[in-house]
Design a protein around this ligand. Structure first.
Ligand code: ADP
Ligand code: MG
Length: 729
């Protein structure tokens, strides 16, 4: 498997496929343009992997072997050790070089001419050991015309090295500089650059920690009970429906439903807090949450790639597709900055040349500029806080689809809430059964229950549950038709049954009944939704349903309003209920009796005024509305998580997380802005210094040996500044 970059359209992918297919030794190729991936199978005896890379590169695309996150982690660990080893060796050599002239002066009989040669050889050794990879990276990015963190310092060192080589051969080339000092400087610069490499990798490790922790949460084994015996099974072999036993203190290896036992579960990765929740028979549990108390027997509902945890992880891997404009802009800044630095370094050298400055000034200023500049920091300034924000949130059950969403969240103005299942619990209860006089309640329930049995609407499920409790036996319903936002029509026992809201009754020309209508009014006043039921177009009764407001809604929603967001509540339910609920959560803008299409129109209305709008839904039956919003938020996704539908997903159904996600976004944006300004100011200050602006008046020149210290200070500053997020979020 390879990843290929540089493809602009599907034709590019086809081109690569065609060329590869015509190559001897390649058995099959499948290049996917949108994922930038290619799966190629080939005969190792005929063609080498390297050759395939070459072919793709010849077509002017770049191919890289895709490596998994685990491999990346291992690779990074290896690199950290690699650089540390180099660092120790070259630091020792550098000490020798620095004290070299002093030591050599004690060596009687050692010809003085060879002093410099010896030091030069040692310096070459330092450069070879410490700088080899750095220079190779620099050369590589130069050849591909891509900016990389190693490019500029690489060029700087090279110039300095060539200069010291010339001086060693022709000591009288320029009299103004101590050669010994130059060797020392070159070695020290290399040591510092290698140190920075090492520090960068350590920071990278810290930055990726949350993500890697998530990866490490992926279960490897499960204790499955099959035919009465328990056995440890590799997680890949666990199937949906398998019965899994989880002891106290263990992580739950699958998504599933508790079928036996009750316990406390720590849901850190779901709810963002360390609180444990009590779970009983019938409750859902999620992969990687921790069973704290008693043994649980769980029936598996999702495993492997479809488990909640795997979905979170693959979302994190895919987030590069949704990068923000700022991330893109900062990348461009880095490239432009690199080019500018090269131009400035060249310009300054020419400038000094024209002014008739000695060669060493030209060399020192040019290398100082090249080493002190750090245009790559622009990319990092924005990238690091975004990554940290997304990863840290993800490990708390708040899933941003990418940096783009964080950026849009920063401009958010309207938040539109769906009612059922979002503001309310979506687990309604039956409060009243009202039938037309003389209509037998049991008979009524058989008719409604049989019809609703064909629907998955929360109301339908509640009615069916209720009937089951009353030992009603259902009949078969025919021709059932679900009418979105209104209700359900079908035939039971040869009679046409309609169940739904008042609008549906009106639309279907149902003959109404004054007394029942009056009772329905009273229900609505008491925040009960009346479901009207008609038989053969005649109203026969009402089911009163109450859906209670979610636990934290009354706290979470007014808080969002205080923060200045404009809130609205939309629902397909009737006006009375909607207003009642809206009152309790203090939303003034309520729009009721809406069909899904009309909910979309409400959002479009805000968007037409160019105001950024979010929609909060349960992510189950409101996908089109989520799609229309600038930020589609799905709350309470639980194990039904479906990350493609929404931009921001909350695994738990705690509405307070919306505020958390939004304020976290603002924090991330603020920090990346801060970082960006720091990097910008740094360059404005540092360029003139390195260019030797003070030289004519004070004779002071920023020696290249100081440059990497400056550069390191910048690197450490933006990393530390970004890492603040980790503590705050
Ligand atoms: P919301 O917009 O609050 O999510 P829906 O669009 O799901 O609500 O449903 C709107 C209204 O349609 C409900 O309040 C209910 O009156 C009616 N309805 C929808 N489906 C059914 C059903 N299966 N049985 C009875 N009534 C239904
Ligand atoms: Mg709904």
């Amino acid at each position: 498997m390879l990843s290929i970059s540089g493809m602009h359209c599907a034709t590019c992918a086809q081109k690569i496929e065609k060329v590869l297919a015509a190559t001897k030794g390649i058995l099959s190729t499948a290049v996917n343009f949108s994922t930038e991936r290619a799966v190629i199978s080939y005969d190792e005896h005929i063609i080498e992997e390297k050759k395939i890379f070459k072919i793709i590169e010849k077509l002017s695309y770049t191919a890289e072997k895709t490596i998994t996150e685990n491999e990346k982690q291992i690779e990074r660990k290896k690199m950290i050790r690699y650089w540390l080893k180099k660092l120790i060796i070259i630091a020792l050599l550098t000490i020798i070089i620095l004290f070299g002239p002093f030591l050599l002066s004690y060596l009687q009989g050692f010809p003085e001419i060879l002093h410099d040669t010896l030091l030069f050889i040692l310096t070459t050794l330092v450069l070879y050991i410490g700088g080899f990879l750095l220079l190779r990276n620099a050369f590589d990015s130069f050849r591909r015309l891509r900016s990389s963190p190693d490019l500029l310092p690489g060029i700087g060192i090279t110039i300095l090295y060539i200069y010291s080589f010339i001086l060693t051969l022709f000591p009288n080339f320029t009299p103004d500089v101590s050669r010994a000092l130059l060797y020392g400087a070159l070695s020290v610069i290399t040591v510092i650059l290698v140190t920075l490499k090492w520090i960068s990798l350590r920071f990278e490790e810290k930055i990726n920690e949350s993500f890697e922790n998530l990866l490490n949460l992926e279960p490897k084994k499960a204790r499955v009970v099959r035919h009465g015996t328990e056995m440890e099974v590799d997680i890949k072999k666990v199937k949906i429906g398998d019965i899994v036993k989880v002891k106290s203190g263990e992580a739950i290896p699958v998504d599933g439903i508790i079928i036996e036992g009750n316990s406390l579960i720590n849901e850190m990765i779901v709810a963002g807090n360390g609180n444990s929740v009590e779970k009983n028979r019938g409750d859902e549990v999620i992969t990687a949450t921790i069973n704290l108390k008693d043994t649980l027997i769980i029936k598996t509902t999702q495993v492997g790639e479809n488990s909640t945890l795997s979905q979170i992880i693959s979302l994190l891997k895919d987030r590069k597709k949704y990068i923000s404009k700022k991330q893109k802009a900062s990348k461009t800044m880095s490239t432009v900055g690199t080019i500018l630095t090269l131009i400035i370094a060249g310009g300054v050298s020419i400038g000094w040349g024209i002014l008739g400055a000695p060669v060493f000034i030209i060399v020192l200023t040019a290398t100082s500029i090249l080493i002190i500049a750090n245009p790559e920091a622009f990319t990092k300034a924005v990238q690091i806080p975004m990554s940290l924000g997304i990863e840290k949130s993800a490990s708390r059950g708040i899933l941003f689809r990418g940096g783009k969403i964080i950026e849009i969240a920063g401009k958010l103005k309207h938040i539109v809430f769906d009612k059922t299942g979002t503001v309310t619990r979506g687990i309604p209860e039956i409060t009243n059964i009202i039938t037309k006089e003389a209509f037998n309640e049991k008979r009524f329930l058989i008719l409604v229950g049989s019809l609703e049995n064909a629907s998955t609407h929360p109301f339908a499920e509640t009615i069916v549950e209720y009937c089951k409790l009353k030992n009603i036996t259902f009949k078969k319903a025919y021709n059932t038709k679900h009418i979105e936002g209104l209700g359900l029509i079908g035939t039971v026992d040869g009679q046409e049954i309609i169940a739904g809201n008042l609008k549906l009754m009106g639309k279907s020309n149902v003959q109404m009944n004054e007394e029942l209508l009056h009772k329905a009014e009273i229900l609505s006043k008491n925040v009960r939704t009346p479901v009207f039921v008609a038989r053969n177009r005649e109203l026969i009764g009402i089911v009163g349903i109450a859906d209670t407001i979610k636990e934290h809604a009354k706290e979470a929603i007014p808080r969002l309003q205080k923060k200045g967001y404009q809130l609205a509540l939309v629902t397909g339910d009737n006006q009375k209920i909607a207003e009642n609920i809206a009152n309790e959560i203090r939303i003034k803008n309520v729009i009721s009796d809406l069909l899904q299409r009309e909910k979309i129109e409400v959002i479009q209305g805000f968007q037409e005024k160019n105001e950024v709008t979010a929609f909060v839904g349960d992510g189950i039956n409101d996908a089109p509305v989520l799609g229309q919003a600038d930020i589609g938020m799905a709350i309470g996704a639980g194990t039904d998580i479906s990350l493609e539908l929404s931009d921001l997903t909350f695994i738990s159904d705690d509405l307070r997380l919306i505020d958390k996600a939004l304020s976290d976004s603002l924090l991330v944006l603020m920090l990346s802005k801060q970082n960006f300004i720091i990097v910008f100011l740094y360059h404005i200050i540092v360029f003139p210094l390195a260019a030797g602006i003070f030289y004519p008046s004070t004779n002071l020149l920023l020696h290249p040996v100081i440059a990497p210290f400056f550069m390191g200070a910048l690197l450490i500053t933006i990393n530390l500044n970004s890492l603040k997020l980790k503590k705050i979020l």
